[in-house]
Design a protein around this ligand. Structure first.
Ligand SMILES: N[C@@H](CCC(=O)N[C@@H](CS)C(=O)NCC(=O)O)C(=O)O
Length: 212
């Protein structure tokens, strides 16, 4: 039995979509971030970074969203969440997954936690705006990659698409151009949220509309 530790709308959302798609038994464990539960010893024993999410597989905790997604896709190959091992399509899917976690998500951390990126709080707004600008450029790259294809991670929906949707959602309140306004990204988000398993994950997290 899997346990997925998270908080509504946080980075647990993509693994949540994966678990619902796979259809395997699991429980969501909601972490009370407002009361700093993710910084308490009990949680830090599972995830020493004090971040969300954490997946516990049996008695083995795994952290980092991309690693959790890869583990779920590998453990349940029948769900088709990644192209076959050793294929060029698999390499391409991993390329986008790593790009999303290593570049896009990192910029989102500056967007959502600008105060952690400055010594003088007076500069926090500037950091947030710079992060949004950087994210616009990163989303432009993904927009171009989606030209002529329905899914970013392969021939069907999979973990890369779940990660992308989560990040498009995180940009929904951009002051300038939310990523949903880009033609292919908007269509991809609509296509992905229409998948019944993805809809269930959003509903189970109690996320109100608009989702992205
Ligand atoms: N690269 C990490 C980043 C995790 C991360 O920063 N998660 C955010 C939620 S989306 C978090 O834990 N925020 C609470 C905090 O930093 O206090 C991952 O994907 O697991």
């Amino acid at each position: 039995m899997y346990k997925l530790y998270g908080s509504p709308g946080m980075a647990n959302l993509a693994p949540h979509m994966a678990l619902e798609t796979i259809g395997v038994p699991y429980v969501m464990v909601w972490v009370d971030t407002a009361n700093q539960q993710h910084h308490q010893p009990e949680y830090l024993r599972l995830n020493p970074t004090g971040r969300l999410p954490t997946l516990v597989d049996g008695d083995q905790p795994i952290f980092e969203t991309a690693a959790i997604l890869l583990h779920l896709a590998d453990r349940h190959p029948q769900a088709g969440l990644l192209p076959p091992l050793g294929s060029i399509e698999r390499a391409r899917a991993c390329q986008w997954l790593i790009h999303l976690t290593n570049s896009v998500q990192v910029a989102f951390l500056a967007y959502y936690y600008p105060e952690r990126h400055v010594m003088d709080p007076a500069f926090a707004d500037s950091v947030k705006q710079a992060a949004e600008n950087r994210l616009n450029a990163l989303f432009d790259v993904v927009e171009k990659a989606l030209e002529g294809r329905e899914w970013l991670g392969g021939g069907g929906p999979g973990i890369v698409d779940f990660m992308l949707l989560m990040m498009v959602r995180w940009g929904r309140n951009f002051a300038g151009r939310p990523p949903r306004l880009l033609h292919h990204l908007g269509a991809h988000a609509a296509r992905t949220t229409a998948l019944p398993a993805v809809t269930r994950a959003f509903e189970q997290e109690g996320l109100g509309q608009p989702w992205y």
